[in-house]
Design a protein around this ligand. Structure first.
Ligand SMILES: Cc1ncc(COP(=O)(O)O)c(C=O)c1O
Length: 423
């Protein structure tokens, strides 16, 4: 190795030099220990809490008038948040809307694009988050398409990553949609969204993406890459709280498609309260909203987007790459019994690192007992997410140091068990 310095002092120095100092203070970071699970649920922060409290106060003070008199009016939450999310996703303001949950948005958009497509097949991959497959299969069945024949699942070669060439082999002229995650939830591999989109378009198929693990931590260029549609949640890196509202993007070229799961919240605003039985879609992605916006699940996002915008998605990505890079090097150096399941190349890496060990489940548990919050994913992954919003280099050092100490304690226990068998 080169001049990599694995000392705690070096980590502390890197924290002192960070251009994003001050961000962490906005979050309820645990006093003892480290919270490294922000890719499951981002931490509570003062900005989310203030935005939520302000919505609650508006409810108290305005009652039903809040729909039009709150700031911003609750009625416009979806579009207003969508316009801001567009800024971090590289989309036009009217191409994004905050609405529903990720799973519901997959139903809404896969349904819509299946109806519009010539082919019947949907290409996914075996390392997808399961809800994506459940929703896609249900949408296929609803249209009389047999998923057993038409859901094409790209297999991984190593159980960790999906190779572009294998997707190439799976896409044909019968493909309706190539639906992939931006970042694989287990290994943290970042897929090449523009290249996959280009591939789908070469076969006259649509390209859709689940951005759950990249929104708020990896910049995107959805519009210019001609991505057809995308979905995401805001409770991970966007820190908007448990069950916070999801979001969706539809490229403006497809604004004329009829939403597959139409509902009155997707109706054109001006005439929504005329209560006509015919559905006149809102212009833009807003048409894919379904029912009443969950105000308290959406309000915190106004606060947390202030934080994301102030830090800048480019700087957050830079810090995230530096943190995952550092973590990977420390694991290499100090944990020889563990493998890193995340691509080493930063361009193929999202915001978290998969530390692999046969006892990953008990390691994750023991880490939590020591105040280091990570999570376990089957079969052998400790997922460590150094969220650039509130995890520092010294925190990363502590995570690896605690892992070292848990592994050493396990090793000592195993050898004393063996000794007691011998005697
Ligand atoms: C890639 C991905 N998609 C979807 C979900 C969950 O969807 P929902 O927000 O509808 O529960 C998760 C949850 O962790 C996820 O990681």
């Amino acid at each position: 190795m080169d001049d990599f310095d694995a000392s705690r002092a070096a980590a502390r120095m890197r924290d002192a030099e960070s251009s994003l100092n001050g961000l962490r203070e906005r979050f309820s970071v645990p006093k003892d220990g480290v919270y490294a699970d922000g890719n499951s649920l981002g931490l509570h922060g003062q900005d989310a809490a203030a935005a939520l409290e302000s919505a609650v106060a508006e409810w108290r003070e305005l009652g039903i008038e809040g729909w039009t008199e709150a700031e911003p009016p609750w009625f416009e939450y979806g579009e207003r948040l969508g316009a801001r999310l567009a800024g971090i996703l590289g989309a036009n303001e009217d191409e994004c809307v905050a609405t529903n949950s990720t799973t519901v948005n997959i139903h809404a958009l896969v349904g819509t694009f299946l109806e519009a497509a010539d082919g019947d097949q949907v290409v996914v991959n075996e390392l997808d988050f399961p809800t994506d497959h459940y929703a896609i299969r249900a949408q296929m069945r609803a249209r009389g398409i047999d998923p057993a024949e038409n859901l094409v699942v790209v297999e991984s070669r190593d159980g960790r990553t999906i190779e572009f060439d294998d997707v190439v082999d799976a896409v044909t002229d019968d493909t309706a949609i190539v639906f992939m995650p931006s970042v694989l939830y287990r290994s943290g591999q970042l897929l090449d969204v523009p290249r996959l989109t280009e591939l789908a378009h070469e076969h006259d198929a649509y390209a859709g993406f689940d951005l759950a693990h990249s929104v708020g931590v990896v910049p995107h260029d959805l519009h210019d890459a001609d991505v057809d549609f995308a979905v995401w949640c805001s409770y991970k890196y966007l820190n908007a709280g448990p069950g916070a509202i999801g979001g969706l993007y539809v490229h403006e070229d497809h604004f004329d498609l009829p939403p597959a799961l139409a509902g009155w919240w997707g109706h054109e605003n001006e005439t929504q309260f005329d209560m006509r039985p015919e559905f006149t879609p809102a212009s833009g992605a807003a048409a894919w909203q379904i029912g009443t916006v969950p105000v308290f699940a959406a309000a915190p996002l106004f606060g947390t987007l202030d934080v994301t915008e102030a830090a800048g998605i480019g700087s957050l990505r830079e810090r995230s790459v530096n943190l995952t890079d550092y973590l990977i090097r420390l694991v290499d150096e100090r944990l020889p019994e563990c493998d890193v399941g995340t691509p080493i190349d930063a361009d193929r890496r999202g915001g978290h690192v998969a530390v692999e060990h046969p006892n990953a489940e008990s390691l994750s548990r023991e880490l939590r007992e020591r105040g280091v919050v990570v999570d376990f994913r089957q079969p052998n992954v400790v997922r460590v997410a150094p969220s650039p919003y509130y995890v520092g280099f010294e925190d990363a050092w502590v995570i690896v140091d605690e892992l070292r100490s848990v592994l050493d304690a396990d090793e000592r226990r195993t050898s004393s068990d063996e000794d007691s068998h011998v005697t």
